[in-house]
Design a protein around this ligand. Structure first.
Ligand code: FES
Length: 113
C-alpha cells in the first residue's frame, strides 16, 4: 500500500500519473470516489492519465487513438485496444489516496474463459 497523493489535490473528473512501487498508475477521481488503473495503454506505450475522464461511463480515454478503458475492470470498450489494463485497489484513508500495487481480480466484463 502506498499513499500517492492527497485526495484534495485531485480535481474531480481528472487523472494523474503516480508511481506505485515502480509501476506507473493512473489515479482518477470521480466525485468522492478514486480509481487506479495501469497508466500505460495496452495498445501502445502511451500514458492514459493524459487522456480524458468519462465520468458518466467511469472510463479513461487513451489520448492517442481513443480507446476508453473501464476504471472498474480495465477492459477497453472501444477499439483499437483489445487487451485490458491492470486495475489496482484505491481508497482514501485519512485524506490520502492509497493504492495497492497488487492488481484487483476484477470481474472482467465480456471476458471469455
Ligand atoms: S495507444 Fe492507446 S488506443 Fe492506441
Amino acid at each position: 500500500m502506498s499513499a500517492v497523493c492527497s485526495f484534495d489535490e485531485l480535481d474531480d473528473g481528472t487523472a494523474r500519473q503516480v508511481d506505485v512501487d515502480g509501476v506507473a498508475v493512473a489515479v482518477v477521481r470521480i466525485g468522492d470516489e478514486v480509481f487506479a488503473i495501469e497508466d500505460t495503454c495496452s495498445h501502445a506505450s502511451v500514458s492514459l492519465s493524459e487522456g480524458e475522464v468519462w465520468c458518466d461511463e467511469y472510463e479513461l480515454e487513451c489520448p492517442k487513438h481513443g480507446s476508453a478503458f473501464s476504471l472498474r475492470t480495465g477492459e477497453p470498450s472501444t477499439l483499437p485496444a483489445t487487451q485490458p489494463v491492470d486495475v489496482f485497489d484505491a481508497s482514501v484513508i485519512d485524506g490520502q489516496v492509497v493504492v495497492t500495487a497488487k492488481t484487483v481480480d476484477a470481474d472482467r466484463e465480456g471476458a471469455s474463459s
